[in-house]
Design a protein around this ligand. Structure first.
Ligand SMILES: Cc1cc2nc3c(=O)[nH]c(=O)nc-3n(C[C@H](O)[C@H](O)[C@H](O)COP(=O)(O)O)c2cc1C
Length: 212
């Protein structure tokens, strides 16, 4: 089936993209407004885009009214945020923070989430997340009428001790993090405990194999 995204309405494009680009990692973004009121919300338009400098990206939509979501407004106001990664155990709390609370409501209190202080940015991190990234705003890119791309520079990372295999080499036991990914629809997620390994090959190895 061919879908012509140039001809489809925005809602249909959204459905096609979000039902096929799966599973997506989830950034649970913690921000503060200029008065220090804390905010948390999940964003699955999220990935890593570079390591020198270390850059992550978030696709943040506007509210239906056209006004920016609190996460976007707070990042633009303060230039700081933390990204906490999501496990099955933290999904219920994450889901509460996805509700459309008005600006000025402490969503971390609404979801009864425990926090720990960050070291380089003002927004705290969520204590039950196995990974937290302290970020500063690197750049924003307006993506048409509906979304903006927020690029953030990761200044520090906290990784749960049990998942750190070798601190000197920065070896992390990824499966031990217990992260979940976002799937299709409004409420589907995936556990990441069914893996397969495919070893990388070089062009030279492939050429040698072809020669027999
Ligand atoms: C798992 C999950 C992922 C989400 N990903 C995004 C996203 O990538 N971009 C977005 O604009 N909204 C996303 N949302 C919706 C926001 O979390 C929701 O609009 C929230 O109320 C925004 O809160 P804020 O105004 O405090 O930033 C997602 C919701 C869920 C449950």
């Amino acid at each position: 089936m061919l879908f012509d995204l140039d001809a489809l309405p925005t809602a249909s494009r959204y459905k096609l993209l979000t039902a096929t680009v799966v599973p997506r990692p989830i950034a649970w973004v913690v921000t503060q407004d200029a008065a220090g009121v804390r905010n948390a919300a999940p964003y699955s338009f999220f990935n890593v885009f570079g390591s020198d400098p270390p850059i992550i990206g978030l696709g943040v939509g506007n509210r239906p009214s056209g006004l920016p979501k609190d996460t976007m407004a707070n990042i633009l106001a303060t230039g700081e945020f933390t990204i906490c990664l999501v496990t099955e155990a933290t999904l219920p709390g994450m889901n509460i923070t996805a509700a459309d609370f008005p600006a000025g409501v402490d969503e971390i209190a609404q979801a009864s989430l425990a926090t720990l202080p960050s070291t380089k940015v003002a927004p705290p991190r969520l204590a039950d997340s196995p990974v937290a990234m302290e970020c500063t705003l690197f750049q924003t890119v307006t993506l048409g009428a509906s979304h903006s791309l927020v690029l953030g520079q990761v200044r520090a990372m906290h990784v749960r001790d049990e998942a750190v295999m070798d601190v000197e080499r920065c070896y992390i036991d990824s499966p031990a993090l217990g992260l979940v990914g976002r799937m299709h629809g409004a409420g589907w997620y995936a556990r990441l405990d069914d893996r397969l390994e495919v070893k990388r090959v070089s062009a030279a190895q492939l050429a040698a194999k072809a020669e027999g």
